[in-house]
Design a protein around this ligand. Structure first.
Ligand code: GLA
Length: 339
């Protein structure tokens, strides 16, 4: 559970935005409800390295936050997130070129992936203080790699980094379901917990501060939410600690009504899917916030079995009953979906 920068900030993400979102998460009731990760997605790094292969970031985008810190050091923002009692997440690609070669906005950057630098980069993330890493697949797909192979190498690099720093680095696999990750991702690297994306992006990002024709026409529909839910159903692969990732949430974003927010929350919750909120947290309505922090819904989400539901019935076309067993013997969670 947490927040991810991509859906609302795409590649304009910077220190100020992340600080503001983290502060909001810590103070609006979400942290108290269990949302803990603040994940910085694509756009934080433009692909530069020094002669030793160390990642170099833009000093203006990631300046010092506290006295004694250096500009251009990702440890600054990780420390800030930790100072709020939250965990910090970062992002890279399994290939050599990352998704910045297909920019959503702004210029295109090559070499924003970690291939060739797995040990070095994952150790760096851990040394900076990050607790979570999302690893995308643009470069892996471009080079026609095997996801099972690359992600196992990465899992190994993560384990080595964890041994060196003593800090857990949660592994979030993002290859969009392109090579059936539900078959290999649960066991990758023998992690005690992993998530893997099951489909493409729920939406192209909607950046409210960008006013170009492309962004202005982006509106989220029920189809976006239902397709991600359906693409994510691989109940055979999911159990405690191993979760199909239906994608970052779009609750509270442009086009979402209160009814659609409720549907979205209900489906992600009964799926025990990662709840990574993608909205600009400073703009959440009281209704969206109260759904995101609804204790009964979160109790279903956090059921220790963490299973996915199956469709139990569709008594009328478009009215579906979804159900899953829960850890207390005999207890079921049930969702009634009006498509
Ligand atoms: C892919 C991922 C998204 C996001 C973008 C960044 O499309 O699936 O979640 O990380 O890359 O470019």
């Amino acid at each position: 559970m947490g927040w991810n920068s991509w859906n609302s900030f795409a590649n304009i993400v910077n220190s100020q935005i992340v600080q503001q979102q983290a502060q909001t998460l810590a103070s609006n009731g979400m942290k108290k409800a269990g949302y803990e990760y603040v994940v910085i997605d694509e756009g934080w790094w433009l692909g530069e390295r020094d002669a030793e292969g160390n990642i170099l970031v833009n000093a203006k985008q990631w300046p010092a936050i506290q006295p004694g810190q250096k500009d251009g050091d990702m440890a600054n923002i990780a420390a800030y997130i930790h100072s709020l009692g939250l965990k910090a997440g970062i992002y890279t690609d399994a290939g050599q070129d990352g998704c910045s070669m297909y920019p959503d906005s702004g210029p295109k950057y090559m070499s924003t992936g970690s291939e060739g630098h797995y040990d070095q980069d994952f150790l760096q993330f851990s040394k900076w203080g990050f607790d979570y890493v999302k690893v995308d697949w643009c470069g892996g797909a471009k080079d026609k790699r095997s996801g099972a192979v690359q992600y196992a190498l990465i899992a190994h690099a993560i384990q080595k980094a964890e041994k060196t720093t003593g800090r857990k680095l949660y592994f979030s696999i993002c290859e969009w379901g392109s090579q059936n990750p539900w078959f290999w991702a649960p066991g990758v690297g023998e992690n005690d917990s992993t998530i893997w994306r099951t489909g493409g992006d729920i939406i192209p990002p909607v950046v409210e501060s960008l006013h170009d024709a492309e962004h202005d026409k982006r509106v989220i529909t029920s189809g976006n939410v239902l397709e991600s839910f359906e693409a994510g159903l691989h109940p055979e692969a999911q159990h405690t600690g191993y979760f199909n990732d239906l994608d970052m949430m779009v609750m509270g974003m442009r086009g979402m009504t209160d009814a659609l927010d409720r549907t979205h929350m209900g489906l992600w919750v009964i799926s025990s899917a990662p709840l990574m909120v993608g909205a600009d947290l400073t703009r959440l309505s009281p209704a969206t916030l109260s759904l995101l922090t609804n204790q009964e819904a979160l109790a279903i989400h956090n059921d220790p079995y963490g299973l996915q539901p199956i469709k139990a019935d569709e008594p009328t076309p478009g009215i579906q009953v979804w159900a899953k067993p829960m850890a207390i013997a005999g207890r079921r969670a049930v969702a009634i979906l009006n498509r």
